[in-house]
Design a protein around this ligand. Sequence first.
Ligand code: ADP
Length: 405
Amino acid sequence: MTRTPSTQEMSPEHLNAISKVIGQASEWKPALDKIINLIRAVFIFDNLAVYLADPNQENLEAMYARAMGRGRSREAEAGWGENIANLTITTRKPILIEPNPNEEEDRLKRPYLLAIPLLVNKRYLGAIVFIRFGGPCFSQENIELSEFIAQQIALLVERQDMQKAYKMLEEQRKVARLQEDFISTISHELRSPLGFIKGYTTTLLRSDATWDQNTQQEFLQIIDQETDHLMELIENLLDSSRLQSGQLHMQFEFVRLDILLKNVISRCCLHDPTLVVSTDFDANLVPIQGDSHRLAQVFENLLSNAAKYAPGSEVMITVKQEENHAHIAISDKGPGIAEQYIPSLFTRFFRVPNHSPSVHGTGLGLFICKQILQAHQGEISATSVLGQGTTFHILLPTNPEALET
Ligand code: ADP
C-alpha cells in the first residue's frame, strides 16, 4: 500500500514555531530534533541526514542522521544520502532523485531523495537530505518547506561556527596574555635574585672596603638564599615543561602520608621559623602508592604558598581516611582568594592579580601540584573565603589500580 503524505498544509503558526526554535537555539542539532517533531504531521519522510562541508567546500561529512518510523534501523548510517548531497556542492540548488517506476517491488529499493543545499549569503555550508522509501514523490510544498528548514538550519550552523571561532580566538588571546604575563613575571623573578647575588658578591669583593665576620656572614647568607630561590625557579620551569611533554617520571612505592607530612613540616619550619603548623591525622591511615619525593614537593609548595600569601597565619593540616582515599586539607587564615580566580588557580602561569609585588612567584607551583597529583590518580581543589582564608583539598586513592612508573 502506498502511503500518502498528509495533505495538511504547513500553517504560518508552524513556520513561526520553527523560527522561534531557531531564535532560541544555540546548537543546531537539538534545534533540528525539535523542528522534525514540529513538522512530522505535515511532512512525512523516512530518514533525514545533514552533511557539512569542510572549509574548502570540497568534502562533506555526515553530521546528523535521524530515522523516522520504518527506517529507524538505518539511523546510524548516513551513507545513503552522500551521493545526492555531494551533487549540491556544484549545483547549489535543490535536487530531487526518483527511482525508476515499478522496477522493484520492495519499497526499500525505491527511494525518493531530496537534497537541499545549506547556504548563507551564497556561501555553501553543506546539505540536508530527506529520503522517502516507495514514494510518493516529494511535493512542491514539501520542497518549499525543506528549503525553509535548510535556510534556518544554515543560519544556526553559521552562528555556531562563528561562536566556535570566537571562543578559539578568546582562548588564543588568553594564552597570549598569560604568556606575556609569564615573560614579564619570569624576567622579574630571574632578575631580582640575580640582582641580589651580583650586588652582594660585588660588595664583598670590593678591594676598598673590609667587612667584619658577621656582615660577611649575613651577605653570604643572602647570596645563599637567593641562589636557592633561583634554583627552585629553574627546577619549577623544568618540571613544568617536563610535565607538559609527559617526561616527568614517577617512582611509586608505599608511602605513609603522616610520616611524609611530618618530614615536610619540619623542613618547612626549619626554612621559615615563623611558620606555625598544627596537624590532625587520622589514626587509621592506609599507606598509599606514590612518589614520595614528588608528593613532598606538592605539600612543600602548598605550605610555602600559605607562608607567602597568608603570612602570620597558623596553617592547619588534616588527613582523613575516607572510603577509598586519603583526604588531605591544608588551611590558612590568610586573605583568601576571590571566587572568580579559583577555577584558574591550577592553570600554568596563573597568578591572582594585584597581590603584593614583594611576593615572589611564577604561577607554576599549583599547576605542577595538579599534574603530580593527577599522575597519582589524585585530585586537588581549593575553597576560599575572602578575608577568612584558603583551604587546599587533596584526594589520593588508597587503592589505586596499577599506577605507571
Ligand atoms: P606562585 O606562588 O608562584 O605565584 P602558584 O601556582 O603556587 O604560583 O599559586 C598561584 C596563585 O595562587 C598565587 O600567585 C597566589 O595568587 C594564589 N595563592 C596560592 N596559594 C594561596 C594561599 N594560600 N592564599 C592566597 N592565595 C594563594
